[in-house]
Each structure stands twice: as C-alpha cells, then as structure tokens.
Ligand binder design. Sequence first.
Ligand code: PHE
Length: 448
Amino acid sequence: MSAPRGQFSSNIGFLMAAAGSAVGLGNIWGFPTKAAGNGGAAFVIVYLLLAFILAYPALMAELTIGRHARRNMVQALRGISTGPISRIFANLAGFGGIVVASLILSFYAIVAGWMVAYLADPFANFFGMSGATDWLTGNSTGRNLTFTAIFSGMTMLIIAAGVEKGIERWSTLLMPSLIILLLLLIIYVLTQPGAMTGLEVYLMPDFSHLSPKLLIAAMGQAFFSLSLGVGTMLIYGSYLSQQESLPRLGALVTLIDVGIAFTAGLLILPAMYVAQEAGTQIFSASGELIAGPDLILQVLPALFETMGTAGLFVAIAFFALMVIASLTSSISMLEVPVSFSIENLGVRRELATPLVGLVIFTLSSLIIFNFDSLFGLIVSISTEYGQPLLGVALCVFAGWIWHRDQLLAELKKGHENIEHTLFWKIWPWYVRIVCPLLILAAFVQSLS
Ligand code: PHE
C-alpha cells in the first residue's frame, strides 16, 4: 500500500500553501485589469464584499469537509454521503472537481510558460543574444510547447516531493519572496512619471459601472482567486492538523488573497500609465484599457525597455513574481488528481505525479496546437461554469448532506469556545441556504 498520508507540519505551512494556491495569476493579472475595466474602486469594493460573504463561506465548506475526511474530494464526498443518491452525487462532484482542476491547470501552465519565457528574455537581452530574444518573445508553437513543458516539469518536481517536503517547503519559501518582489516593484513604479494617474483610475470609484455584469465578474474572480470548487482547498484542508482553528485560518487565507490582489492593483495600474507616459499605447482601438495577454506581454515589456539597464532588473523582478505566483497555484491544482491517484488507485506519488502531469501536458499541447478555438473555451468551461457549479455542490454537501453533528464537531476542533463566535451562529445556516442560492442566482444571471 501507499506511504502514510502527508500532513503540513505547522499552521504557517498550511497558511503559506493555501495562500500560495489562492494568490496567482488571478490576483496579479486578473484582478487589477478587471478593476480597471469595471469602475475601479467600485469593483474593488464589490469584490471585497463578495470575497467575504460568498467566497469565504464556500472556502470554509471545503476546508471543513477536507479536514474531517482526510481524503481527496471523491473519497471525502463519498464518506460524508448518507444514501445511494448522495453517493452518486458525490462521485459526480468529486470527479467533476478532478476534471475541472486538470482543465484549469492545462491552460494555466501555458500562460505560466509565457511568464517563464519572459523571465528568460532579459538574460538573453543582457548577453546580446537577439535571436534568442526574438524566439522567447515571439508567439511560436515551439516556444509555447517548450515553456509549458518547463513549467509543468517544475510543478511536477514539487508535487513528487510530497506535502511537507514539496508543497509546504516551496510555498513557505516562495510566498515571502513574492511579497517582497511585489512591494519593491510598487515602490519603484510609484516613483515614475505617470504613476499617479494610474492610481487614480484604480482608486476612484465609478459607481455607474455597478450592474449584474459587474457582480458576476466579481464573483467569478473571487471563486477563481480563492481556488474554489475543484477540491484544491479541500485537499489542503485534509493535510491540516486538528489542532488548528479552521474559521481563523480560512479568514487569514481570504485576507491574504484579497490583500495581495488589492496590492497588485497598486503595481499594475500605475505601471500602465507610466508606460503611456513613456509613449506606449495603453488603450485598444475601441478606447478600452488593454487587458489580458497584450498588457502583460506587450505594454509592460515595452515599459521595461524604456527604463534602460534598470529595466532589465525590473523585468526580471516582475516576471519572477509572475512565475512564483503561478507555481504555488499550479502545484495545488496538480495535487488534486495526484492525491486521487494515490488514494483511490493505489499508485505511488513518485509515479502518479509524472503520469498525471503527462496527461495534463498533453491537454496543454492540444490547446497550444488549436489555440484560437480551444483556449477561450477551456477557460470558460472550467472557470465560468465548472467552478461555480461545483462550489454550489460543495455547499450542498456541507449544509444538507453531511450529518450536522459531524460538521459542527469538526468546526469545534482546534477552536475553543467557538460557540460564542458570530461564525458559529451564522455559518452553518449560511452555507446551507444563502451560499448556494447566491451562487446559483449569479450563475443563472450570467447565462442570460
Ligand atoms: N487561485 C489561483 C489564481 O488566482 C488559480 C487557481 C484556481 C488555483 C483553481 C487552484 C485552483 O491564480
């Protein structure tokens, strides 16, 4: 049989890993550009609210189920099921989680691969290798395959090393580096001409943007950013000791995630306007701020180029930040199918990791070869449909299917006097009724 189950060695280890999963491209790239396009601080406020009233309760459902079951999502949901129907539902949601986590990783690894290529570019530039520079920043299939493979390989190496020596060790090393890089970059960019205009665009609320569309964009962002629905947080919760308070740790993870997203906005928006000041076009032909790949792969590199030698260092710091953020998230995605292979199929971690990694890399390759038709489709299936629907399923499991006494008993572990907290009074009902309804309502809205 397989080796004993892994566990995080401390609550800091868990915190770094879970916050590492949450903080990713979604925070540094997704959040600031969505805020810029949706009324600046108006979006930020709605997002903050949703993160705490919707995403945090859903995160708690995953963490509580995971820590109780000490198993992957399929086993965990089966374990708390109470009859044949809920068991079918458990299989559907559990496998759904594995599929969606794998789909997310398949496109995430491509984007993260771009970040690795752009991290290598300033080095090639420094040594005057112009051929290499052109290849690294040109959007060729060969370049994309190479760097997706490199990034996937890095993800696999960490996961193959296990929970404590892989996930915990690397997250604890990488997360503080991420915060330091982010802060250094902000200080630098804020001293450049044009930065204040960017800050204004980010921080002046324009409430005329408030609409159902904005709500849905904010909810999708919150779900993606907190890595919800796909069993990532569930499996991390399953490696957490019962001496720790779940509501507190969950709240900290949410705070760190939201805090870093907000802080990333202080970098990205000012940087765009500094780029404009330096002569780069930052509005598209239709008058909107450039977002998506063009922002990260064109606007910002153009800005770094205008900064001379300092620009080389800034570029390295920026793309290192992106690679680190991606890596602590991608490992959490890969852990979902890998833990399933270990626990349900009895495959050793050292073997399960490259096997699953290879399947997902094949998926990424398919997307690379059919980029225009597949990339957007996979992003939308997994993040716009998969994550919210699975999020509802997990709330239903926590609120309706699982025995109430067991749920409450799990919450009590590691949290003395929890009965006197607001959390205790509200959450068990909230996750049962309000959470699923709110998510479903927003979901239905988004379909219309
Ligand atoms: N939260 C990660 C980000 O913001 C993405 C992610 C989604 C990670 C789902 C794990 C699971 O980039």
